[in-house]
Structure formats: C-alpha cells, structure tokens
Design a protein around this ligand. Structure first.
Ligand SMILES: NC(=O)c1ccc[n+]([C@@H]2O[C@H](COP(=O)([O-])OP(=O)(O)OC[C@H]3O[C@@H](n4cnc5c(N)ncnc54)[C@H](OP(=O)(O)O)[C@@H]3O)[C@@H](O)[C@H]2O)c1
Length: 276
C-alpha cells in the first residue's frame, strides 16, 4: 500500500459526522490535539467543540489554510459551494487534499467550483462512524493520486471499513450506506414490537434484537457465505423459522426493502442539483 502521511488536518463543518471522524482519528492516534483544527458556522458550536474535544475550533479559518495538508468537508449539502468558494478566496494551498463527505456533491461540481488543481476526493460514510463501525466509500477526482486515496482510506479506516468505488455508484451508496442505518433501526423497532406483542418487556426485546442483528451481520462478514445459505442453516423443516419467513414473504418484505433502496437512490441523484 502507498505510504499515506499528513501533518495537519482541518475539519470544516464539525457537527455530528465531523466530530465523530475527529474522535476516531484521535482514538487511533492519527491526529493529536495539536495537528487538527475544526470549523463550525457559529461561535456557540465552536465553544462546544473546544470544550468537548479540546482542539482549536474557529468560525474563520483562513489563516489556518497555509499549513493544512488535508481538509475534510463535513458541512450540510447546501453549504458546500460557499465553503469551496471561501477556500479558493482564502488562500488554499495548491496541494491541499480536499475530502468531502457531503451527500450529492459530485467531484465535477467541487472541481468546477474550486477551479484549482487541488486533489479532491468524494466520500460517503454513515453515522456508525460515531461507534467506529462506519461503511465508507471513496472516489478520487482528476488530480487525486494513489497517495491521496491512501490518506483518505486511512482516515476512514479509523472509524470503520472503507473501500474505493467508482463515482457512478455514489447515489446507490448514499441510499444503502448513508441512509442504511435508518432502515435497520426501523427493522429493529418492528422486530422488537413483535417481541413486545408476545410478552417480552421492551428493553429485553430491543437488547435481544440488537445483539441478534450484530451477530448475524458478523456471521455474514466473517464467513463470507451468502445470507441465503446462512438462513437455510437455521430453517428447520416444519419449524418456527420457516413459518416466520413465509409470513414475511407474504408481506413482500424482500421487494419492499429493495424498492426502498431504489427510491432513496433516485432521491440521492437529485441532492446536489440546484433548485430552479
Ligand atoms: N448524518 C448522516 O447520516 C450522514 C451520512 C452520510 C453523510 N452525511 C453527510 O455529512 C454531512 C454533515 O452531516 P452532519 O449530520 O454531521 O451535519 P451537522 O451535524 O448539522 O453538522 C454540520 C456542521 O457544519 C457546520 N457549518 C455549517 N456551515 C458552515 C460553514 N459555512 N463553515 C464552517 N462550518 C459550517 C455547522 O456549524 P453550526 O453547528 O455552527 O451550525 C455544523 O457544525 C452532510 O453533508 C451529510 O450529507 C451525513
């Protein structure tokens, strides 16, 4: 693997995702209190970041740009254009790597807005980055080299699993990984409701459901076997599992879930587009 090194990281938009990434990098000792800074829109958020993470946090970061090697952009989609314009006007170094996790912000839009030769990487991650279990995909822009991709890979590996994927898949990934935790939370809630319906206390039902999901997901990851094969293993003839599975199929669970992913992918395709 290409050696990936950076000395100073700036995180612009240190909200939920930005802070989770900083905390993950600190846990893995990839950044120290001294070589990372954060930016937020309001002074109130900066104060909170300083108090909670102990790092420099500012609303105006122009004088930090001269010695920053990597900028992680974690603002909301409607803020990315303004941030890129501010960077361009504010003294962005020509070799600073820009990594954006902003949903819908394409490499082409970011590169056109910047109109510089800065390496740009687009990433899509998800909220499990707050517990070190993110699924992140990355894709490099026109000026991004293997070294830049290796830096991004290292950053996102610090908060979970990261893989490179062509940008043409990013709407699908936004749906499957970005929104994915919400689908799973809904499924967990429904399964726990089932437990409550048959007499389990809510707390016990949720604990059983969450550990069962974690266990099943770990089995898929560690065994490398297809979920259908693992499902077959626990489906005893004339048993209760096949009864439950057929009830789910009657409710079209498979196509409902797959169509939901399709719908969110379509919506993701419109995220970065300006409203007329
Ligand atoms: N949440 C998810 O599930 C998820 C999943 C994948 C990707 N993402 C992407 O992650 C990005 C951030 O999401 P989030 O949930 O972390 O949002 P968030 O908690 O609202 O954080 C956004 C941060 O950006 C700051 N900000 C806004 N405008 C700014 C500016 N001009 N300069 C500097 N900082 C600015 C805000 O500061 P103030 O606090 O002062 O307003 C806030 O700290 C989004 O683009 C989203 O598409 C999110």
């Amino acid at each position: 693997m290409v050696k990936a090194e950076f000395h100073k990281l700036g995180v612009i938009g240190a909200g939920v995702m930005g802070q989770a990434l900083i905390q993950g990098l600190m846990r893995k000792q990839m950044v120290t209190l001294k070589n990372v800074w954060a930016a937020a829109k309001t002074e109130a958020s900066c104060e909170k970041i300083r108090a909670e993470l102990g790092i420099t946090a500012l609303t105006n970061y122009n004088d930090r740009l001269a010695d920053t090697d990597v900028l992680l952009l974690c603002v909301k989609p409607n803020g990315i254009k303004g941030v890129l314009e501010k960077l361009k006007a504010g003294g962005l170094k020509p070799d600073t790597l820009i990594i954006s996790i902003v949903a819908g912000a394409t490499i082409e839009t970011m590169e056109n807005t910047l109109a510089t030769e800065n390496p740009v990487i687009r990433a899509m991650t998800n909220t499990p980055c707050t517990v070190g279990q993110a699924m992140t995909t990355i894709c490099g822009g026109t000026h991004a080299t293997q070294k830049h991709l290796a830096i991004a890979q290292q950053i996102f590996d610090a908060v979970g699993i990261c893989m490179e994927l062509d940008e043409s898949h990013f709407n699908a990934v936004t749906s499957l990984a970005g929104s994915g935790p919400a689908y799973v939370f809904l499924i967990m809630e429904a399964l726990a409701d089932g437990g409550v319906r048959v007499g389990l206390p809510r707390e016990a039902a949720l604990k059983i459901v969450s550990q069962t999901l974690l266990g099943a997901a770990t089995m898929v990851q560690q065994s490398g076997r297809h979920p259908a094969a693992l499902r077959d293993d626990v489906t005893t003839p004339a048993g209760c599992t096949i009864g439950a599975l057929l009830t789910m199929e009657d409710g079209k669970i498979r196509s409902v879930l797959a169509r939901a992913v399709e719908e969110a992918t379509k919506i993701a395709g419109n995220l970065g587009k300006e409203k007329k």
